[in-house]
Design a protein around this ligand. Structure first.
Ligand SMILES: [Zn+2]
Length: 179
């Protein structure tokens, strides 16, 4: 319908199979986060030797679509938690971000969805999520300039304890960002 509305030549060999190709890309890849409601993460109980310090993963790729224009927003997430009794594998933090990213939404909701999921699953002392992303709906249209949108979601000890929050923020905004 979009192609028809734009008036492209549907007999052009490059457009001929586009509707099927687009439908497949959107349902099977770009919005695959809408299909599965539950996402299971294996957790491990902490042992006596584990230190309950901050666990942080930076430079997690974020590739999502904005709810308002269905255009991509692309950037990076920093996810941290201070465990209570449960730990999860570090790569799982990346998988959680990728899972929640794959649907149309606003960046604020993506950020809080990731934080809520970790809060529910790991019941940690605190969770912190920061996402920095460039929005194509701003860069390719509208004001047409580049800009980085930053959103954050903090809970538990990250809200109550200034030192933990400062440590998280310093790491999240440290040099070496790939954005
Ligand atoms: Zn938008």
């Amino acid at each position: 319908m979009v192609l028809e509305g734009l008036g492209v030549d549907r007999n052009d060999p490059h457009f001929k199979d586009s509707p099927e190709r687009i439908a497949k890309a959107w349902t099977e890849e770009l919005c695959v986060g809408m299909k599965t409601e539950t996402f299971n993460v294996t957790t491990f109980p902490m042992t006596k030797d584990d230190q309950p310090g901050m666990i942080i993963l930076q430079h997690i790729p974020v590739k999502s679509l904005c709810a308002h224009h269905l255009l991509p927003f692309i950037g990076e997430a920093t996810v941290a938690y201070i465990p209570n009794e449960l730990l999860c594998g570090l790569s799982k933090l990346s998988r959680i971000v990728d899972f929640f990213a794959r649907k149309p939404q606003v960046q604020e909701h993506l950020t809080s969805d990731i934080a809520s999921y970790l809060k529910k699953t790991l019941k940690p002392q605190g969770v912190g999520v920061i996402i920095k992303a460039s929005h194509m709906c701003m860069e390719m249209r509208g004001v047409n300039h580049n800009g980085l949108m930053t959103t954050s979601a903090l809970s538990g000890i990250f809200l109550k304890d200034g030192t933990s929050r400062a440590e998280f923020m310093a790491l999240a905004h440290a040099q070496g960002s790939h954005v």
